[in-house]
Design a protein around this ligand. Structure first.
Ligand SMILES: Nc1ncnc2c1ncn2[C@@H]1O[C@H](COP(=O)(O)OP(=O)(O)OP(=O)(O)O)[C@@H](O)[C@H]1O
Length: 562
């Protein structure tokens, strides 16, 4: 029971006090009654007046107090066992076994990170499983006899043997779902998480079908032509896809060529001397120029692949890709991919999908003819990679980076350091030179001749540290990378997913980790969304694929490939 004591020296004054309370600002006391007041004849009070506050009013006051204190209340998200989130403040840890209620608001470790006092705060999203989600149970239980091998996907024996020699025996989830559809002749939109083996997903059925075609009389009696074009956004990715395609095509003596932008017309002509290749891997700008010089005829294609679709359908490339697509007769059903007058089978691949893809594709084929294969983990944080977030002052980032690199050097780990802008890559490079850290740099503004080979030499292990912009985050296979450092916090969730996806890839034997520095308020906003998704175990917000959504039109230019 709560009492409000008001000392008054007369009946009059005590009544006045009640009146004042009645009409005063705090009208919650309007129900107050005078409980006792002993007043002597001289009108002098001998003891204070006690006013009893009604139960309803008391409850009301209690409610307000509770509401106000709720956000500081310790939320019991910690259970015995593994932690999903471990934070500098252990009260904000979350157990791997704890599931947030549907309407429960998570209490974030990064809640106060916009405040200057939060510098030095950190939290980690721990890994909750060892193998990547794309790895099928058959891959994990290698000893068990299984009928889900590449052999059972009806691929030709030479291909299966070549995969086996590279220790690739069991298909990943996306390969299991997509390869049969491509073999049947469907147009496919394949959306699966980073590092899930999408390159082999489209290359295996394509090489298989191109090989079968070579055994037909029709093929022998027609002049050579480019039968498959694979579009990718960067020269490095083009080189990478080419080397996988060459290895697969080698037993069948099929020719694979690559054209990338920024190497001059002479280089382009060189690529087309000796006749057309069976498979051409190209960046959009280079293909656009090749089409203008009539080096390639898109009407003769059997396959058109658009890899890293989110980049190729973003405003910087979309018009040129649209133009290339319009020149390609795309089949509307599997039957149109066979026989004389056949049309190209379309394959669109990506780890994230922007809105507006359908808008472009609807101009060249019936959207209903496209079979979508979407992985369950699309746009989710990787559950098998440890991801740490550190709130750090801009001027301290170099120090933190140096510490992290020293530790990585001790353990001989390969590290990718991401910056948002090309000048930051250069500046950071000079700083690390001064600190004696051996490294390589790669960014889109480098002249093509300087850039050539940098990524390959990093892949081979010439240096263990590569400082880069997002050009290294799209599609590049970085099996040896064990640590990704976001020196600059990525500008979007899409970029975060692609950068983090350079570790923990299918076939990786060692664990990977991601370390991200957040220093600006806008970084903190993204961190909070990532932390919320991790605590809720939901996908990152704002990344739902909208295949049928429209995209704003942009002017057609032939951009320099990155
Ligand atoms: N079935 C498999 N078993 C084991 N390893 C595989 C399998 N399929 C592909 N890989 C390996 O997985 C790695 C990642 O493959 P790939 O580069 O095709 O991934 P991705 O899905 O295209 O990634 P990103 O989204 O980053 O482009 C490669 O080193 C590849 O050799």
């Amino acid at each position: 029971m709560q009492f409000l004591k008001i000392g008054c020296n007369s009946v009059w004054t005590s009544r006045t006090a009640i009146q004042l309370l009645n009409h005063g600002r705090d009208s919650v006391f309007s129900m107050c009654v005078l409980q006792s007041a002993t007043v002597n004849r001289m009108g002098t009070a001998t003891q204070p007046v006690v006013i009893r506050v009604p139960r309803r009013t008391q409850e009301y006051i209690e409610n307000i107090k509770q509401m106000k204190s709720k956000k500081f209340e310790k939320v019991n998200t910690v259970r015995p066992g593994k932690l999903l989130i471990s934070s500098k403040n252990p009260q904000l840890n979350q157990s791997a076994g704890y599931t947030l209620g549907k309407f429960e608001e998570p209490v974030l470790a990064s809640q106060g990170w916009k405040h200057s006092k939060s510098f030095g705060d950190y939290f980690t999203i721990n890994k909750t499983q060892d193998a990547p989600p794309c790895v099928t149970e058959f891959q994990q239980e290698k000893d068990n006899a299984s009928n889900k091998t590449f052999k059972n996907l009806n691929l030709c024996l030479e291909i299966v043997e070549m995969l086996r020699r590279n220790n690739i025996i069991y298909p990943t989830t996306v390969q299991l779902q997509t390869v049969p559809k491509l073999l049947r002749g469907h147009n496919v939109l394949c959306a699966a998480e980073t590092g899930s083996g999408k390159t082999l997903t489209y290359l295996l059925p394509i090489v298989h079908k191109l090989k079968l075609e070579m055994d037909t009389d029709e093929f022998r009696n027609t002049p050579p032509r480019t039968r498959c074009v694979i579009l990718v956004p960067s020269r490095e990715l083009a080189e990478q896809v080419t080397s996988v395609a060459k290895a697969l095509c080698h037993p069948f003596r099929m020719m694979v060529k690559v054209v990338g932008g920024g190497r001059g017309v002479g280089n382009m002509k060189l690529a087309f001397t000796g006749g057309p290749s069976d498979i051409l891997v190209a960046t959009p700008g280079a293909l656009f120029k090749a089409l203008r010089r009539h080096c390639v005829n898109m009407t003769e294609l059997d396959f058109l692949v658009i890899d890293e679709a989110d980049t190729l359908f973003d405003p910087s490339f979309v018009r040129i890709v649209e133009n290339i697509l319009i020149q390609t007769p795309v089949a509307s059903s599997p039957s149109e991919t066979r026989g004389p007058g056949r049309k190209a089978q379309l394959v669109v691949v990506g780890a994230t999908f922007p809105g507006g893809v359908g808008d472009v594709l609807s101009q060249v084929t019936d959207l209903g003819s496209i079979v979508t294969v979407k992985s369950q983990m699309l746009h989710f944080l990787m559950p098998h990679v440890k991801q740490t977030f550190l709130k750090v002052k801009g001027e301290d980032k170099l120090l933190e980076l140096h510490q992290a690199l020293k530790m990585a050097e001790r353990d001989e780990l390969a590290v990718l350091v991401f910056c948002n802008k090309a000048p930051t890559v250069n500046w950071l490079g000079y700083m690390l030179d001064d600190l004696g850290v051996r490294h390589a740099r790669i960014q889109g503004e480098m002249p093509a001749a300087v850039r050539a080979g940098i990524f390959q030499s990093f892949q081979k292990g010439t240096t263990n540290v590569l400082i880069c912009t997002d050009i290294a985050s799209r599609g590049l296979d970085t099996q040896r990378v064990r640590l990704v450092i976001n020196y600059d916090f990525p500008e979007s969730h899409t970029d975060y997913i692609h950068r983090a996806g350079r570790v923990g890839r299918a076939g990786s034997v060692a664990d990977g980790a991601v370390l991200s520095f957040a220093s600006h308020p806008w970084d903190v906003e993204l961190v909070q969304k990532i932390e919320t998704a991790a605590r809720r175990r939901s996908c990152l917000p704002g990344m739902e694929s909208a295949v049928r959504k429209s995209t704003p039109k942009v002017e057609l230019t032939a951009p320099e490939d990155v």
